[in-house]
Structures are given as structure tokens and as C-alpha cells.
Design a binder for this molecule. Structure first.
Ligand code: SF4
Ligand code: SF4
Length: 339
């Protein structure tokens, strides 16, 4: 196993090296928030940040992407795909976001056919995960069996240790990345990078059996109260690492244009509106119920686990505190001894 170490003061040299190899994405301070974005010289890289405001899912599912140009001339239709083959290094994803990526992989890649746009980005990206050592009061990944010190899907597992960053290759791709960084990195003869035991918030959630229990709770009176405070702003779905709804649209005119897809949200009134005008989820109650039933019942029915990783973003971001912890508790998913 290749294990390397680098002093934190030398990290800008590592960023410059990795960005010369392709697109380097890091958690960077952007005004009052930290966001995953392409590195630039002088960027305020925040490896010490607890969590980015928005999840890094847009590395693989961009907020907006044009993927096809079309041109019509008489009876001729010309289509040209828009693609980028640039290698990507995504550096600093915490274990909760890595676990969420596993959930997105099932949706976009474990299908026939897979989503080629997503799959190609996954294939050309080297993932460097970063363990957490100081969760904030909203982090509750332990509830969802995520180990905040380890990320099984990583090519390289990293951890901050004093004035150093320690890096441990987990795949051949990760090993090659560390070897290419050559003289910038020193050999690390210490223990495994999974050093610390970190405990995140305990909201007393009882999750076992919840998906099964929810099968008969579609018309539960709890939904009649829960939805009322929702503003329908969609923030919860945009920040969440396990939400993946998107829309596909054409832009242009009959002779020439482009096809793009962009994030969408089940919290928006027009999301399920059909061409004939019918909307199966016309009210906010149905939309709020859909968001949480999808995470707590529908996704687990299909893939075997609840589609939440306890990243805490909906707790930090929802302007009316209609987060997943509140919903689970309202549906009775709370440990009996804590009631
Ligand atoms: S639950 Fe909160 S964040 Fe989500 S749409 Fe409603 S108000 Fe906005
Ligand atoms: S539902 Fe909330 S806590 Fe769970 S993964 Fe999404 S944003 Fe994070």
C-alpha cells in the first residue's frame, strides 16, 4: 500500500501539480460559504471545513450541461455530441458525500443502458476522500452507518494530521496519482490513515424497519401538518447529495439548437406537470411527501438502504427547518426511550 505525507504549507504546490494534469476540484471558500469548485492560484482551499454548503454531486451531475447540438437543413439532421475527456481529480470529499456517490452510481450506472454522461465523468475522475475529525452539531452520518473516518469508494484516503496531510492509496488509480506527484510527497511510515474515532450527532433516530413501516403511511395525518411550513424553494433538494432529479430541454429553433439538462426539484409545482396539463402532485403536501417517501421508502425498496447519509445540509439550509430529522421524528421514527 502506498502511503505518502505532505506538509500543509506545501499543499499549493500539490494543487498546482494536480491542476496541470487536468481539472482539479477542491473545497474552496467562496464568500460566506465553502463550495467544491475548480482550483485557481490563490484559492482559499478549506480542507478543514466540515462540509460544503452544496454537495459535490455536481462534479458528476452538473447543475446544467449542454450535451448535444442539432442542425437541420432540408431533410438532413446533423447531431453532434458535446463532450470533454479531461481527467478530473476531486479532492477532499468527506465520507458522507462519498457514500452518497455510491447511491447515485446505482441510479445512473447500474442500469441498462447506464447514463453515459455520468458514467464517463466517474471513469475519468480520481477521488481523494478526506476523513472528518470535527463534525458540527448537524452532522449525523453515524445514524446511517457512515464512518466519518473512512470512505470505501475512494482512490486515495486522506486525513489532516497536525501540520501534515496524510494520503493512502486505495486503488491503482490512486497509487498512480501519488506516484506521479513524486518529489512533492514524502513516504509515510505511520499507522493507517483511519486513526481517529469520530462520533457525530445523535438525534435518536430509529431507522430500522422504517421503510417497511412507511408502506402503510402514505395517507398518514402527519403529512397534513408537516407540509404546511414548506416554502417550495427547493433548497433542500439542491444541497442534498442524494437528490438527483433533472430536466432535459431543447434550446434554439427548428433549424438549429442545443439539448441540455439541468437540476430540477420534486419540490417545484411544475416538476410532474405533463404535456396535457395534468399534474399528479399539484399541492405542496404531495411534493413534500414525495421527497421524504422517496428517501425513506422508495429508494430503500429498490436499492436496500435509506437515501440519506446524514450530511446535515437540509438541517443547515431549510429556511423553515423542515429537514429529514424532523420528518422522521414526526413519522414516529424516534427511539422509544427518547420520546
Ligand atoms: S423543505 Fe425547506 S428547503 Fe425544502 S422546499 Fe420546503 S422550505 Fe425549501
Ligand atoms: S436528506 Fe438532508 S441530511 Fe440526508 S443526505 Fe440529504 S441533505 Fe443530507
Amino acid at each position: 500500500m502506498v502511503k505518502k505525507v505532505i506538509a500543509r504549507e506545501k499543499l499549493p504546490e500539490l494543487w498546482a501539480h494536480l491542476s496541470a494534469e487536468g481539472l482539479l476540484i477542491l473545497p474552496i471558500q467562496d464568500g460566506p460559504v465553502v463550495l467544491f469548485q475548480p482550483w485557481y492560484a490563490g484559492a482559499d482551499v478549506r480542507l478543514d471545513a466540515v462540509n460544503s454548503a452544496v454537495s459535490p454531486k455536481d462534479i458528476f451531475l452538473p447543475r446544467e450541461e449542454t450535451y448535444l447540438h442539432y442542425r437541420c437543413s432540408g431533410q438532413q439532421l446533423e447531431l453532434s455530441a458535446v463532450k470533454s475527456e479531461e481527467p478530473v481529480t476531486a479532492f477532499g470529499l468527506h465520507p458522507c458525500d462519498m457514500k452518497a456517490l455510491e447511491m447515485l452510481d446505482r441510479v445512473f450506472m447500474d442500469q441498462d443502458p447506464p447514463d453515459s454522461l455520468y458514467q464517463k465523468r466517474r471513469e475519468r475522475t480520481t477521488l481523494v476522500a478526506l476523513s472528518c475529525d470535527k463534525p458540527d452539531p448537524f452532522c449525523f452520518c453515524n445514524d446511517f452507518a457512515v464512518d466519518p473516518t473512512d470512505a470505501p469508494g475512494a482512490d486515495v484516503m486522506a486525513c489532516l494530521s497536525g501540520n501534515s496531510l496524510r494520503l493512502e492509496a486505495r486503488t491503482d488509480q490512486g497509487k498512480a496519482m501519488l506516484e506521479r506527484a513524486g518529489g512533492l510527497l514524502g513516504d509515510d511510515s505511520g499507522e493507517s490513515v483511519e486513526l481517529k474515532e469520530v462520533v457525530t450527532a445523535d438525534f435518536g433516530l430509529k431507522l430500522e424497519g422504517l421503510p417497511e413501516d412507511l408502506k402503510n403511511r402514505f395517507d398518514d395525518p402527519a403529512w397534513d401538518e408537516l407540509y404546511k411550513s414548506c416554502l417550495g424553494c427547493g433548497v433542500c433538494t439542491y444541497v442534498c447529495p442524494t437528490c438527483y432529479c433533472f430536466d432535459v430541454e431543447d434550446y434554439g429553433h427548428a433549424a438549429e439548437g442545443e439539448r441540455f439538462r439541468c437540476w430540477d426539484s420534486c419540490m417545484y409545482g411544475h416538476f410532474t406537470k405533463m404535456a396535457g396539463g395534468h399534474n399528479p402532485r399539484p399541492e405542496r403536501k404531495e411534493r413534500v411527501r414525495q421527497r421524504f417517501m422517496h428517501k425513506l421508502q422508495y429508494y430503500p425498496e429498490t436499492y436496500g438502504e435509506i437515501a440519506c447519509v446524514g450530511c446535515g445540509r437540509c438541517l443547515r439550509s431549510c429556511p423553515v427547518n423542515l429537514d429529514i430529522v424532523r420528518v422522521i421524528k414526526a413519522l414516529g421514527g424516534e427511539k422509544v426511550e427518547q420520546r
